[in-house]
Write a protein that binds this ligand. Structure first.
Ligand code: GEK
Length: 247
C-alpha cells in the first residue's frame, strides 16, 4: 500500500522546484493516480499494446520508469519469448525502489533497472519503447534528438507509446480544461493550496507541448503512423509505429 501524498499539504512559503526524491518515492503511486487522469487506464493499455507489438527475442525500453508500473504491466501481459525490459530512470531513489518492487515478481520477461539519463543510453533491437509522462520533464531541446534515437533503435513494426500532459491550442479552452483537471484533483482529496503549491513546484520543471508539436516530432523522426489512443482532459497518450519494411 502506498502512503498518501501530503507533500504540499502545509504552506511552504517559498516553493522549491519539484524533484523525484525519497519523499516523492514514498507517496508516488498515490500521487500519480490522484494527479494524472487516466493513469491506471494508460498503464493497463500499455500492457495490451505490448501484447500486439512485442516480438520474440526483442527488447522493451521503459524510459523514466519511476517505480516501473508500465514495465510491470508489460511483464504481466506479454507472451513473446526471450524478451527483456530495460527500465531507466535518473533518480537514484526511484531506481532503488523500482528494483525492490520488480524483484518481487517472477515473469518470463526479465527486467534490468538502470540508473541513467535517458539521453545517454543506447536503444537497439526494440519492439516497444515507453515514455510514460517522462518527455515533458526534459528540456525542450533534448526532445527531438531523443525521439529520433528511439525511432532508429526500434525494429520495423515496433512502437513508441508516449504519454504527456498537453498544452491546448486555444487559450480559453485550454483554461477550461486546466480547471477541469484541478476539479479532478480536488475530487481526489487535494486542497486548493496543495494544487497551487504543486503547480508552482512544477512550473519550471514540467513543460507541456501541444499535440501538434508531438505529431511534428514523430513525423520528423520518420514515423509514418501515429495517433492518440487515449485522452482525458489535457493528458494524452500517443502510439507511433515504425513502418514494417515488407508488407
Ligand atoms: C510511470 N513512467 O509510472 N533521464 C531519466 N529519467 C528521467 C529523466 C532523464 N533525463 N528526466 C526525468 N526522469 C512512470 C512515470 S514520472 C512522471 C514517470 C510524473 C524521470 C523522473 O526521475 C521520474 O521518475 C520520471 O522521469 C517521470 O509510468 O511523475 O509525472
Amino acid at each position: 500500500m502506498s502512503k498518501t501524498d501530503t507533500i504540499f499539504a502545509e504552506p511552504l512559503g517559498q516553493v522549491q522546484d519539484f524533484q523525484f526524491d525519497d519523499k516523492v518515492v514514498e507517496v508516488f503511486p498515490d500521487m500519480i493516480k490522484r494527479s494524472v487522469p487516466g493513469y491506471t487506464t494508460i498503464i493497463n493499455g500499455i500492457g495490451e499494446i505490448a501484447q500486439r507489438f512485442v516480438k520474440d527475442g526483442s527488447q522493451i525500453y521503459d524510459l523514466g520508469c519511476s517505480l516501473g508500473a508500465a514495465s510491470l504491466s508489460i511483464r504481466q501481459a506479454v507472451n513473446a519469448k526471450s524478451c527483456s525490459i530495460i527500465a531507466i530512470d535518473n533518480s537514484s531513489a526511484m531506481v532503488e525502489r523500482c528494483r525492490l518492487i520488480q524483484s518481487g515478481y517472477n515473469f518470463e520477461t526479465s527486467i534490468e533497472v538502470i540508473e541513467a539519463d535517458i539521453n545517454d543510453i543506447e536503444i537497439n533491437n526494440a519492439s516497444m519503447v515507453i515514455l510514460n509522462f517522462t518527455l515533458q520533464f526534459l528540456p525542450r531541446g533534448q526532445r527531438k534528438p531523443l525521439i529520433e534515437k528511439i525511432y532508429r533503435g526500434l525494429n520495423p513494426g515496433g512502437c513508441l507509446v508516449l504519454s504527456e500532459k498537453l498544452s491546448l491550442q486555444h487559450d480559453e479552452l485550454d483554461q477550461h480544461i486546466i480547471d477541469l483537471h484541478h476539479d479532478f484533483k480536488k475530487s481526489n482529496g487535494y486542497s486548493d493550496m496543495e494544487i497551487a503549491q504543486k503547480r508552482a513546484a512544477l512550473e519550471n520543471v514540467l513543460l507541456p507541448d501541444s499535440r501538434e508539436k508531438h505529431y511534428q516530432r514523430f513525423a520528423q523522426a520518420g514515423f509514418s503512423q501515429f495517433d492518440t489512443w487515449f485522452q482525458h482532459y489535457n493528458f494524452a497518450s500517443f502510439l507511433a509505429v515504425k513502418e514494417a519494411l515488407v508488407r
